[in-house]
Design a protein around this ligand. Structure first.
Ligand SMILES: Cc1cc2nc3c(=O)[nH]c(=O)nc-3n(C[C@H](O)[C@H](O)[C@H](O)COP(=O)(O)OP(=O)(O)OC[C@H]3O[C@@H](n4cnc5c(N)ncnc54)[C@H](O)[C@@H]3O)c2cc1C
Length: 464
């Protein structure tokens, strides 16, 4: 039995993209490891698995250059190469069967107070950056649910937080410097480079190895967070926009059971002198009086403060605190973006599958992301509702449920998160990304031989 047959027989192939590879007779780059999370949850990948442990990388060849010059030399010398960030993607997007490069040693941070920008090296994580900025009086516009991911890796997949008026994290990028396939260094600026810039920022690791990213800043601010419990789906439907407008960043957590949305996590940005008053009810949901974890029974010390206690932006906008285990650890994740104005329709379409979803689900989170102009972003040109699933580590069962969800969401042209698991066939992905043909042309300018292309990109972008 060859490796692929063995994996098929054991149901052990992992991401949708990899299933796609197998179906097309291409050797998958990724196999499922045992599902225990990797011990090293930071950057560096001493363990050769991703953070969740659901995939073992297809190469043991990992380079860790110390300077931009060394990155350039490594890229030039490599035949095939993928950059690795903090290994937090669940999909095989960062995988390679040849070589990976980690920029974990490129950790410089430099502030331009006058321009209100910060420039970070390719290995810098939000955990490193955010307190550093705050201590100097600055802040970012938003953060993801966890801070322990690299700026470059997050922007490459259009990673996002929540907020009706908040673009994904990559929308803060004003300049990006990257090493292209021949080892040359390219810099693109928002103000100067127009469409080429917009095409490169959410680069999926396909345009080059990002060595520096410049981000827009704003003066630091405080945020207070509270949770409301017991929102019904009926109330969510009646007040869909108002629920998501009840804070600067709002998440709705649901288990899809009993026609009940569940918890609403409201993060409010405080202005000096704000009363910081929280009404006891939000559309029938009750203000929580104890701190909660999104996953029932998990330790709340990992979670950022709630109960309306004000704190720094970086210790409230993410759900999980710096240095603590985010989410559950032993899990899988999936997320689809649909148009916000049809968001509740999409929610009801998924709810029909509550019996299929329930046994394998840890929790679902609904968030909003403002429309942007970044070609490969899931929120490109479309204010979005994101429907996220944290699954139990039961890939054989979850992979049976994903096509059902994707079928229900088909009328909404769902865009899957590049860093999470999906089974959507590439021909269905293509119409969702109007700029995909231009993105492929742009990537070919920087990488004519496909040095940065792996099985995930070949399957999902190039074989449709
Ligand atoms: C517990 C948990 C919670 C999460 N919460 C959220 C959330 O709230 N919102 C959300 O949107 N996502 C979330 N994610 C997904 C995660 O944010 C994304 O998958 C993100 O891309 C991971 O960044 P990373 O630094 O780990 O990069 P990796 O996963 O290592 O790599 C991701 C991609 O970036 C590319 N890349 C990395 N570094 C560079 C570089 N220097 N130059 C060019 N390309 C590069 C890689 O090649 C790959 O294509 C979560 C994941 C986990 C495990």
């Amino acid at each position: 039995m060859d490796k692929r047959d063995f994996l098929k027989a054991t149901g052990a192939l992992v991401a949708g993209s990899v299933l796609g590879c197998a179906a097309r007779g291409e050797q998958p780059e990724t196999t499922v490891a045992n599902s225990a999370p990797a011990a090293d949850a930071g950057t560096g990948a001493t363990a050769r698995t991703n953070w969740a442990g659901n995939l073992t990388y297809g190469t043991t060849n990992l380079q860790r250059p110390a300077t931009v010059q060394e990155v350039r030399a490594a890229v030039k010398a490599a035949a095939k190469l993928r950059v690795l960030g903090a290994r937090h993607s669940f999909s095989a997007i960062a995988d390679s069967t040849h070589e990976q490069i980690s920029l974990e040693h490129l950790t410089e941070i430099s502030l331009d107070e006058k321009a209100r920008t910060v420039t970070v090296g390719g290995g810098v994580t939000y955990s490193q950056l955010a307190p550093w900025l705050d201590s100097r009086g600055f802040a970012l516009h938003n953060l993801a649910s966890l801070p322990g991911i690299t700026v470059a890796g997050a922007c490459a997949t259009a990673t996002h937080g929540s907020g009706l008026h908040n673009g994904n994290l990559a929308t803060a990028v004003s300049a990006v410097e990257f090493v292209i396939a021949n080892g040359d260094l390219v810099e693109l600026r928002r103000e100067r480079d127009g469409e080429r810039f917009l095409g490169s920022v959410v680069g999926l690791g396909a345009v080059g190895v990002v060595t520096r990213t410049t981000l827009d800043l704003q003066p630091t601010y405080k945020v207070a967070q509270s949770v409301y419990q017991g929102l019904s789906f009926d109330e969510l439907g009646r007040h869909f926009e108002q629920v998501f407008a009840s804070g600067y960043s709002v998440s709705v957590f649901t288990d899809w059971q009993q026609h009940r949305a569940g918890e609403v996590w409201v993060k409010r940005r405080l202005q000096p002198g704000d009363a910081n008053h929280w009404e006891p009810e939000l559309f029938g949901a009750k203000l929580a009086t104890v701190k909660l974890h999104p996953l029932a029974g998990h330790p709340t010390e990992n979670v950022t403060d709630q109960l309306g206690i004000p704190g720094p932006w970086y210790d409230r906008l993410p759900h999980f605190r710096i240095g603590q285990t985010p989410s559950g650890g032993d899990e899988l994740q999936t997320e689809y973006f649909v148009p916000f104005d049809r968001g509740f329709e999409a929610v009801l379409a998924v709810e029909k599958l509550h019996n299929n979803i329930g046994p394998h689900l840890m929790i679902t989170e609904l968030r909003t992301v403002a429309a942007d102009r970044l070609w490969m972003s899931m929120a490109y040109d479309r204010p979005s509702l994101s429907i996220h699933f944290t699954w139990k580590p039961q890939w054989p069962q979850v992979r049976q449920v994903l096509p059902l969800i994707e079928a229900q969401l088909k009328p909404f042209a769902p865009r899957p998160h590049w860093g999470k698991l999906f089974t959507l066939e590439p021909p269905l992905l293509e119409p969702c990304y109007k700029r995909l043909p231009e993105f492929k042309k742009l990537a070919a300018q920087f990488d004519p031989q496909g040095k940065f292309r792996n099985a995930f990109l070949r399957t999902n972008l190039y074989e449709a």
